[in-house]
Design a protein around this ligand. Sequence first.
Ligand code: GAR
Length: 226
Amino acid sequence: MSDTTVNTARATPRIVVMISGRGRNLEAIHQAIERGELNAEIALVVSNKTRAPGLGYARLAGLPTVAITPHAFADRESYDAALARRIGAEAPDWIVLAGFMRVLSDAFIAPFAGRIVNIHPSLLPQYKGLHTHARALAAGDSHHGASVHLVIPALDEGPVVRQGRIRINADDTEQSLADRVLDRIERPLYAAALADLFTGRVTPADDGGLYRDGARQDTPPIMDYD
Ligand code: GAR
């Protein structure tokens, strides 16, 4: 085991959820916790946008929130350092990116290495970056999906814990596909992948890969959500 392996000493992992927008995945994670399907405590919801609608959900749900906007900072490094300080103060076991639409610097990632999780709306390694739904449609793909992965400094490249996919319909638009991927796949997929990690069922390997149930996970499990 590497020294970046998450300690599972806490019976209930403390998580910080980072959002930029509606926070639909935050909502799904919170509801999975409330239903007793995911053992975790949301210590803080952080947004880079004061008006992120997801902050409204979090406040109504009684979750602690903070908005830290980049405007007040000279550069990305000082902004990320402020984010890391505020998040570090919560001593989280995990940081969960749920539609956090800023690239995090290496300096932010390093202290939390192996403990940051992201959801990306594509079947990684396909379509890293933005506009994933439009790109899948333009390519004429038969399927599209989402991936939950550990965050490493290279964008959307960390080891994938789980994936979900659906068929692309002939009449799909970018919006209809994005909505279906989010509602049908991402919301249930994220809670399931977090449970894999939080229970120690999936663990990082020293070489950047993953183990699942003690065996090497060469390819992530992929579920059909049609
Ligand atoms: C989600 O589809 C998420 O996968 C994506 O942004 C959306 C946020 O939706 N994240 C990324 O593209 C990260 N690269 P939300 O604000 O409604 O939760």
